[in-house]
Design a protein. Sequence first.
Lengths: 182, 200
Amino acid sequence: MNDEHDDKLIAAARHLSTEISPERDLWAGIAEQIEAPKRSRWTPMLAQAAAVLVLIAASSGITWYAVQEDPILITEIRPELMVEQAAFGSRYTLGPEFLDARDSLEAGFDQALGRLSPEQRADVEASLTMLRRVTADINVELNKDPTNVYLQEMLMKSYREELALMQRVGGLTRNVMRRNDI
Amino acid sequence: MAALLTATVTDYSACMTLATKTVAVDESALIAKAKRSDTRAFESLYRMHVDRIYGLCLRMTGNVAEAEDCVQEAFIQAWNKLEKFRGDSAFSTWLHRIAVNSVLGRIRKSKREMDRIQVVAETAPPPVTMHDTGEMRDLSEAIDRLPEGARHVFVLYAVYGYTHEEAGKMLGIAAGTSKAQLHRARRLLAQQLEEQGFEA
């Protein structure tokens, strides 16, 4: 194989072990790498984009429903609700005032739901479920990336949509969500 | 008796040839399976080659932790590049090239070669020598103290039997440079071993 004259040194080197067993099994580390699903760095972005699409669809559906069904139920969202900037801590819990507002809305909301036809009620409940799922998904993403302003805004929007939906259905306008409530 | 012995030797030779062919066939089958993302087949390939790859990495780096990292990196790279393996060379040679690249890449990236030399100087004996005995251990220690370039060429050429062309290709240097590095390695080794009565 070699093209040079072998001397004693080279000859001696040929007797050195070429096969040495590792002191520990290295396969586990290799398996961990090759068996792990390849995680694309686009995944979080795609998740965010999907959440936005779901939110837009839900929002559009709710608006369409409200316009179609009963103009009386449509209540304008007060300017205080149009929060643009949000600052969240490591935990994304709702403030007590927001919870009070939602509880109050929910009390009337259940009654309002009872006045709807089964089909309309199913639509509203489906929309609310979807909004809450979106909110939960955004919270999960925010826990991974707490400083993501884009996600923070999406979270605010999903909360607003939830309250707005309940207001539209229940016709309640007394309770207003403020930025500090969240 | 002589005829019986000849027959036995012939049988043994035939068995070995058959065994070698079987191993080659098995390896090809395992490679084909691994190419289809069969991690068990790849694990079998790993088990078949890990000792030789680890030996190479350990002799080139002289450091157990670095060698272990290089082995893992080499096999992960092999898995990722397996599609590109066309069988133009032996699978073991292909793996060797990846392992050498892994060693060189780590050295370039970490720039810890000087640290490694210091660690080797402070720690006796170096881990690689644990696998050798007597004069072989002296030689192994001396190889481990060689400067990086000379050590890499000496390990590939003298220990693993690659030609200067093959070693140069793996190390990204010309065959002439490989010869020069070997000459340097031999000179340095001779100096080191002279005191220990090893005739080079």
